[in-house]
Design a protein around this ligand. Structure first.
Ligand SMILES: Nc1ncnc2c1ncn2[C@@H]1O[C@H](COP(=O)(O)OP(=O)(O)OP(=O)(O)O)[C@@H](O)[C@H]1O
Length: 312
């Protein structure tokens, strides 16, 4: 375990009868990171989280939380981790304040309910019954309940599933606030954009194994050296075709595709390609209406590594 890592998972494996949910999962998480696990349905994300949270016992492998293990230090681990409870664990007929106070009573030390309500932006609803909350408010309360004991590591398993974009962003704000406080967040999500925006590092799992793990930017960079450059010609197809012929001579251009007045070029150095292309179009007097360089996204990385379409 290096000095910075707060969680170290090695060789985790778990089967349910004939179903091998987790085959071999290893990673370490640094203090203060937002670490996101993504993967197709049934990849083993929840099972992995539940083993780390002490709710499932691995068939083999080791888990160290701040240097402690579940078999020796269960009580101490429980005081430094916070797990977002299922909606069903909340008391529907109690108010938000009462739910938080009740959860706080399970721990020797806790944050004040007022502070947590402020953090999850629900202060004005504190006297409402949980029953009357919207989906997004419920999820925020669930994060509040995970935070009540002021844990070092917070586990959020798909906290934004089913929420509308605004409600999702409200959750992102809370996750970022946790980071500002120096907390470590372990997140799973079905939303690529969310993983890309929030995570310090992303771990892609498939069929119970880690297929790749890195920062979103490095994953995207590693994926491909080529960028897709698109040009649209005001003068129509002939100009596009003529430019295509010229671009093919350029060593930075790997492939080309003509679609009417639109020309697509795949380039290993897009800026250099465009410099050459514009030299040519200027010389010929062709007018280029639109130019864009398509950026690769985490979704492209996901598809490349798992061979599966994203189902968002
Ligand atoms: N308690 C259990 N008993 C039997 N099989 C289980 C159990 N829990 C999980 N599984 C199976 O293990 C595999 C991994 O499930 P898991 O829930 O960990 O995946 P996941 O990546 O979280 O999926 P999702 O994205 O759909 O939530 C699945 O095939 C699942 O059906």
């Amino acid at each position: 375990m290096n000095d910075l890592s707060i969680l170290e998972v090695k060789g985790l494996r778990k089967a349910f009868g004939a179903v091998r949910a987790v085959e071999e999962i290893s990673f370490s998480v640094e203090q203060g990171e937002i670490f996101t696990i993504i993967g197709p349905n049934g990849a083993g994300k929840t099972t992995t989280l539940e083993m780390i949270e002490g709710m499932q016992i691995p068939d083999s492998g080791t888990i160290e939380v701040a240097g402690m293990t579940w078999d020796k230090d269960a009580e101490r681990i429980k005081t430094i981790i916070g797990v977002q409870p299922q909606s069903s664990a909340m008391f529907e007929l109690l108010t938000l304040e009462e739910n938080l106070a009740l959860f706080a009573s399970f721990y020797p030390h806790s944050k004040s309910t007022a502070e947590v309500l402020e953090m999850i932006n629900l202060t004005e609803h504190r006297r409402k019954n949980v029953k009357s909350l919207s989906g997004g408010q419920r999820q925020r309360l669930a994060i509040g309940l995970a935070m009540i004991s002021d844990p070092q590591i917070i586990f959020l398993d798909e906290p934004t599933t089913g929420l509308d974009p605004q409600a999702r962003r409200n959750i992102w704000d809370i996750v970022l606030k946790l980071k500002e406080l120096g907390k470590t967040t372990i997140l799973t999500t079905h939303y690529m954009e969310e993983a890309e925006k929030l995570s310090d590092r992303v771990c892609i799992v498939d069929q119970g194994r880690v297929v790749t793990l890195d920062t979103p930017a490095r994953l995207i960079d590693r994926l491909t050296e080529e960028r897709e450059v698109r040009l649209f010609f005001q003068d129509g197809e002939a100009a596009a075709q003529d430019t295509e012929q010229a671009a093919r001579q350029d060593a930075t251009v790997v492939r080309t595709l003509l679609e009417g007045s639109a020309l697509k070029l795949w380039s290993i150095r897009p800026e250099e390609t465009l410099y050459g292309v514009f030299g040519f179009t200027k010389e010929k007097g062709y007018k280029v209406e639109q130019v864009s360089i398509r950026e690769m996204s985490l979704e492209d990385v996901f598809i490349a590594f798992t061979g599966k379409e994203w189902r968002d």
